[in-house]
Design a binder for this molecule. Sequence first.
Ligand SMILES: NC(=O)c1ccc[n+]([C@@H]2O[C@H](COP(=O)([O-])OP(=O)(O)OC[C@H]3O[C@@H](n4cnc5c(N)ncnc54)[C@H](OP(=O)(O)O)[C@@H]3O)[C@@H](O)[C@H]2O)c1
Length: 257
Amino acid sequence: MKVGVVGVGNMGSAILEKLVENPTLLLFVVEKDRKKLSTFLNSPNVSEATVEELKEKADVVIVAVKPQDVVEVLNGLRGFKGVLVSVVAGLSTNKMREITGVEKLVRLMPNLALKVGRGIAAASFQGLSEAEKERILTVLSIFGEIVEIDERLFPAATATIGSGPAFVFVLVEAFLDACVRMGIPFEKAREIVCGVFEGSIALLKGTGEHPAVWKHRITSPAGTTIEGLAVLERSGARGSLIDALYASYLKAKELER
Ligand SMILES: NC(=O)c1ccc[n+]([C@@H]2O[C@H](COP(=O)([O-])OP(=O)(O)OC[C@H]3O[C@@H](n4cnc5c(N)ncnc54)[C@H](OP(=O)(O)O)[C@@H]3O)[C@@H](O)[C@H]2O)c1
């Protein structure tokens, strides 16, 4: 398959790093900044192109530029006959269709965990047959787990999937600071904290049980855990997290066009 990628920033470069690993793909890259392109041009299956050239050369085009740059890119893709994929926050499939006239559209909200093969992406497909969808999913597998959602839920997916890792990193940092405060050296703290996060998630995924059930199992009467939980509840940490995701959601809704 011939795949074009427009924009090689944080997200676009993560996408390309994964795509180049698949030797069956022929890749065409559009990026204003040649420095960002140069590392990829050493790969045998990658060549540079313009947006207009993608219309002739690519079966699939993945757009990964910032929201403010996307209209210019879409204008250049007017009349493209393949599948148009966008990871751009706020860009609806209606807007993609209105500007380009393309009927086969995929809207995605991925995150950067795709760099380590552990990404998750919300997806909405428009105008693709089941066979076309299956085919495109072989390319989209680089994004990790694909969860198909109703397009009206994309602002929520943007807050949770796109921005969510940033909130998780704040939590991880707080755990690390706490470890260091208690005297655990940073490198050991990192190993321990990552293990705790990974193990907790594995428990949830492995058992399918509600997190409150596991919290209850860990919390013994008059024990150590309830002391910490009482502080968390008093400080409003749970409400702050809900508000943080909701603030991202409202901003994502504002971007929606
Ligand atoms: N980063 C994330 O975690 C994440 C998660 C989910 C979705 N997204 C979405 O991914 C998109 C890209 O985000 P990002 O963080 O990767 O942004 P970024 O680092 O700014 O990357 C965008 C890249 O596109 C280039 N570009 C802009 N206009 C172009 C054009 N007309 N032709 C070719 N290249 C062009 C930019 O070059 P210049 O810098 O020279 O302008 C830049 O290198 C955004 O729409 C965002 O909503 C990002």
